[in-house]
Write a protein that binds this ligand. Sequence first.
Ligand code: PMM
Length: 287
Amino acid sequence: MSPVAADRLRPEGLPDRLGGDETLVMGVLNVTPDSFSDGGEYADTPSAIAHGRALIAAGAAIVDVGGESTRPGAPRVDEDEELRRVLPVVEALSAEDVVVSVDTMRASVAAASVEAGALIVNDVSAGRADVDMGREAARLRTRAGTPPVFIAMHWRGHSDVMNELAVYEDVGPESAAELAERLDALREAGVEDRFLVADPGLGFSKTGEQNWRLLAEWDTIASHGLPILIGASRKRFVSSLGVDRDQATAAISGYSARQGAWAVRVHDVAPSLAAAKVGDMLRRSGR
Ligand code: PMM
């Protein structure tokens, strides 16, 4: 383990209750018929809203609402359909004071979702999929009057091609350099550092071996000097360990908390919350 860093970095613009020293758990709410692991379960608005409430009841600090699957090979969803899936869910949960993040690569969906109450824009392409995203993220204001938090993930291409793009000499430094370029482009578009979160993009254009290497090289993940989000939940490299995938995910959540992640994005909140608490205690107790 690397030495314990001073402060856990966290973005501004979120309610005070998310401002402590804990690693936050972001619950995944895929309003899609075809996601990695929970496709179809919450595809209609009432069951999606009910699942959002269940994620909060289990201890999630944030609910990440997505209307487009990023499963390898998945086709793109058109804008109207994406809006139809996510907006009523974003609106209903935000009205219940849930901190909602919208998982979208479209500036228009980000804008409509922030209007409906979302406080966070989670763009797996970090602005690459939609040239308007950076400017839009800088222009938008949440109901709290601040720009939304913007999660920028390392991404090489859409789901239909992403597995072919998993070619690196050295995955840690290369993916970090590519994400750094995207972060610079977002800054140029007007997004401020205090609202940015960096995500190494586990499972996106990376082989199993590359995902583990990346996680082990935490210094490259932390090299942006920004708060970090880790999304390992139920991905193939985790599920293929031959043990319960949510317990294995929780082990990564504990490790991520120990290393100082701001948040972990998971499907099954309770085991990751427990593991993150252990990781947080170890981090605080270290020298
Ligand atoms: N993974 C998925 C979707 N969105 N967003 C971020 N920021 N990081 C991730 O790792 C991530 C994401 C794919 O997983 P799912 O289909 O199980 O939601």
